[in-house]
Design a protein around this ligand. Structure first.
Ligand SMILES: [Zn+2]
Length: 82
């Protein structure tokens, strides 16, 4: 198992077509979005570690309850990744 450095998800190298080589290391990704995010700024992800999905903005909003963030199951727009 390899780890997607962008979202932190475990990726099976033989199962993914998304990979990139950076400084002699091979990195695997769960999706094209993660691969592109990594290629755009590899140092950021290697320095900061996985940040979650590219458009994720944390869990802090849940208890505010001002809009429907709790109902992401079943077809949210962020489904492109993982
Ligand atoms: Zn990913």
């Amino acid at each position: 198992m390899a780890k997607d450095p962008v979202c932190g998800m475990e990726v099976e190298p033989s199962q993914t077509q998304y990979k990139a080589v950076y400084k002699g290391e091979i990195y695997y990704f769960c999706s094209l979005a993660c691969k592109k995010a990594f290629e755009k700024d590899p140092e950021y992800y290697l320095t900061h570690g996985p940040t979650g999905m590219p458009h994720e903005h944390g869990h802090g909003e849940e208890h505010g309850g001002h809009h429907m963030h709790g109902h992401m199951h079943g077809g949210g727009h962020s489904h492109h990744c993982c």
